[in-house]
Design a protein around this ligand. Structure first.
Ligand SMILES: N[C@@H](CCC(=O)N[C@@H](CS)C(=O)NCC(=O)O)C(=O)O
Length: 326
């Protein structure tokens, strides 16, 4: 694990000393938007018009943030427009790499060995963490965005005129409700598991894990009367929750000590995660070997032996009861 400082790679773990043992996530640096006509989006600069074959997506199968973007690429049928590379599941002193492993898709643009080389191609003096996902523009040779919440919104609409699949996962009339759910789920669940897992004091750990389970209890209740988080149908709020839920019992319960309850013990949440997993195109975005290997092997301050547990044995393709709620 490391970061770039003035374009130079440095191997360094997260600093939690300056924040009372708390893990504090930094904001993403590249914030432009692909739009249908190339006009500027809500942030960054314009010039990134939706065009077939122009953009390349770098992801890790392990990473829940990158996973969102792969799901939206599948839901919207963007595979034919946007090419993809997948990094190795192990992230250590060199950060994310393209070292061969089952599932890795090498970098076709530069033949890079390391993900940090992609960042310095975009900005030779870049300072900051080298995260996935990265959405790359082949035409101007730069990073459009490395912020997953924004990449999924681009994918939701920018390619509609080029023949993307139908489906609006951020409908204008429900944005307020989606934003409110996202806000709570992001802080207490998506990032909550990391705050619990990367905490280096008991207080910081408890500060994360208690609200995490309060939100899971709230979601369980919410899903007793509605198939998805909104009556509208599946929205980005569901997909943003899904990538954390599918990793929860295999990784976060053990490795991140988020173990007050399991997702398997929640009736609605466990059926809901299978329902989402079984939607067209989604199962192939889930690579459980990469997920488990990444967390258990890469975080040696948490798991120095790097032993990857064999369980739990979960069949996400088992039948679910959510269809009866429609
Ligand atoms: N804000 C980013 C966060 C992405 C992120 O933190 N990705 C992790 C992997 S799960 C990463 O690449 N971490 C490397 C690092 O922090 O050095 C997003 O949602 O796109």
């Amino acid at each position: 694990m490391g970061l770039l400082v003035d374009g130079q790679w440095q191997d360094q773990w997260y600093d939690t000393k300056s924040s009372g043992g708390r893990f504090v996530r930094k904001d993403a640096a590249f914030r432009s938007w692909i739009t249908a006509d190339g006009s500027a989006g809500p942030s960054g600069s314009g010039g990134f018009k939706a065009e077939p074959g122009r953009y390349h997506l770098y992801v890790s199968y392990a990473c829940p943030w990158a996973h969102r973007t792969l799901i939206f690429r599948a839901l919207k049928g963007l595979e034919k427009f946007i090419t993809v590379s997948v990094v190795n599941s192990y992230m250590a002193q060199d950060g994310w790499t393209f070292t061969p492993e089952e599932g890795v898709i090498p970098d076709p643009l530069f033949g890079a060995d390391f993900m940090h080389q992609i960042y310095t191609k975009a900005d030779a003096d870049y300072t900051g963490r080298v995260t996935v996902p990265v959405l790359w523009d082949k035409k101007t040779g730069t990073i459009v965005s490395n912020e997953s919440s924004e990449i999924i919104r681009m994918f939701n609409t920018a390619f509609n005129g080029l023949g993307a699949k139908a489906g609006d996962y951020y409908p204008a009339e429900h944005r307020e409700e989606i934003n409110a759910i996202n806000e709570r789920v992001y802080h207490t669940v998506n990032n909550g598991v990391y705050k619990g897992g990367f905490a280096t004091t008991q207080a910081a750990y408890e500060e994360a894990v208690v609200p995490l389970f309060e939100t899971l209890d709230w979601l369980e209740e919410k899903l007793s009367s509605s198939r998805y988080l909104l009556d509208y149908g599946a929205t980005e709020a569901d997909w943003r929750l899904f990538t954390t839920l599918i990793r929860f019992d295999p990784v976060y319960v053990g490795h991140f000590k988020c173990n007050i309850r399991t997702i398997g013990s929640y009736s609605n949440l466990s059926h809901y995660v299978r329902d989402l997993y079984q939607q067209p195109g989604v199962a192939k975005t889930v690579n459980m070997a990469h997920i488990k290997n990444h967390y258990y092997a890469s975080h040696d301050t948490i798991n120095p032996t790097r032993i990857v547990p064999l369980g739990p044995d979960i069949d996400f393709s088992a039948p679910h009861n959510r269809g009866q709620m429609d």
